[in-house]
Design a protein around this ligand. Structure first.
Ligand SMILES: NC(=O)C1=CN([C@@H]2O[C@H](COP(=O)(O)OP(=O)(O)OC[C@H]3O[C@@H](n4cnc5c(N)ncnc54)[C@H](O)[C@@H]3O)[C@@H](O)[C@H]2O)C=CC1
Ligand SMILES: O=C(O)C(=O)Cc1ccc(O)cc1
Length: 348
């Protein structure tokens, strides 16, 4: 949406699903609906492929076969980069320059309805230029994507796939496996879903994502996934040993090291892992508290980038987790909410 609203751009959209492009047009995400991909491509300077990875690869072959009167920069948003770059490097069309892209932002929701104007704001946006791509073309692409307000980094596709395997793809598999385990144990204890509290919900949210998309991500990053799975199995074997030996010291140290590293992820200099500026507001038993908190922040022009109620129990709301875009806004929100009588905490 921010690209369409930027005055210099005219955004043409194409999707195999008519409803998707109609929705996009109606909501100002695109300026024009294309009737087919060839017509749209031949009139474009920049082409962004925002399709599942396997389809992105097929589309690259298709785009390679067209004749262009202009040079085109093609980019994508795929969560895995090596398989896409491999195909991009094999393209023969001299008009095409390919720069892989991966905005590290999104959610477990699928479809155009999940699109948000500010989705990529402050997010890490990885670029993986093809070997034939000139540096100045990368700079021009960054300029086109400037309205997203992302933070760009350039990585080698293999580096990208290894890092995303560690912090995104493999954790996804573990989240799904935890849900499977709970489901299995529900046969023994049918009360299990009611006991599934904040911690379980936090760690398994991503298991609610689109299964077709994630199967495709796992497939394209299968070598790294398999390596990490083996490492994890070995680690779990060691943990099983510690538990069975009742080695309290080692187990505490294992948990402690994880806590220290996890706490440090909030630090704002960590590079590839996006940082969040969270505030935790106690809203127990306060009817209308969410609206009042949001309104209070709005008076200071502070936008909430994410909001979640933690510790929901039957009919009782507990803690509201708010994310804002910067440390300054986090501090300002903290003082404002405290002055207005809210009990509030921020992670240091
Ligand atoms: N969901 C997320 O949070 C994130 C996803 N990604 C990447 O974005 C890409 C798309 O993922 P989502 O937006 O989640 O999927 P989605 O399922 O919401 O959207 C994919 C769209 O592609 C369309 N499509 C499929 N084949 C097509 C074709 N041959 N020609 C034209 N349109 C076609 C579908 O109709 C659909 O509208 C994937 O490569 C994924 O790895 C990257 C960052 C975050
Ligand atoms: O739901 C979430 O928190 C995500 O992590 C979304 C996401 C999905 C796929 C990506 O390649 C990047 C981000």
């Amino acid at each position: 949406k921010c690209l369409a609203q930027s005055t210099d751009n005219h955004v043409i959209g194409f999707d195999i699903n008519d409803q998707t492009v109609k929705y996009a047009h109606m909501h100002g995400i695109i300026d024009e609906i294309a009737s087919n991909i060839q017509d749209a491509s031949k009139r474009s300077d920049y082409i962004f492929l925002a399709t599942p990875i396997t389809q992105t690869i097929q589309l690259l072959h298709e785009l390679d076969s067209f004749t262009y009167d202009q040079n085109v920069v093609i980019s994508d948003v795929s969560s895995v980069k090596t398989s896409v770059i491999h195909v991009a490097e094999s393209l023969s069309n001299q008009r095409i320059a390919f720069i892989g892209g991966h905005p590290m932002a999104g959610s477990h929701k699928k479809g155009i309805q999940a699109a948000k104007e500010h989705l990529f704001e402050n997010a890490i946006y990885v670029l993986t230029p093809g070997s034939k791509c000139e540096e100045r073309t990368v700079e021009v692409l960054k300029d086109v994507l400037k309205p997203t307000k992302s933070n760009f980094i350039t990585l080698k596709p293999t580096e990208h796939d290894e890092m995303t395997a560690v912090v995104s793809h493999f954790p996804h598999l573990i989240a799904s496996s935890l849900v499977h385990q709970a489901k299995k144990w529900e046969h023994t204890h049918d009360y299990i879903p009611k006991l599934a509290a904040g911690g379980f919900r936090d760690i398994t949210r991503i298991a609610s994502s689109n299964p077709d998309l994630w199967q495709d991500i796992f497939y394209h990053n299968r070598v790294k996934m398999s390596q990490l799975l083996q490492e994890w199995i070995d680690q779990m074997k060691d943990i099983k040993n510690l538990l069975e030996r009742n080695d309290k010291t080692q187990l505490t140290s294992y948990l402690n090291q994880a806590k220290e590293y996890r706490d440090g992820l909030g630090e704002k200099k960590r590079g590839a892992i996006p940082s969040f500026y969270d505030l935790y507001v106690d809203i127990r038993d306060q009817t209308g508290a969410i609206a009042s908190v949001a309104q209070l922040l709005a008076t200071k022009d502070i936008s909430i980038t994410n909001i979640e109620i933690l510790e929901i129990r039957q009919g009782i709301t507990g803690v509201l987790r708010l994310s804002v875009a910067s440390q300054e806004e986090q501090q300002e929100s903290y003082h404002l909410l405290r002055e207005n009588g809210y009990e509030i905490m921020i992670e240091q």
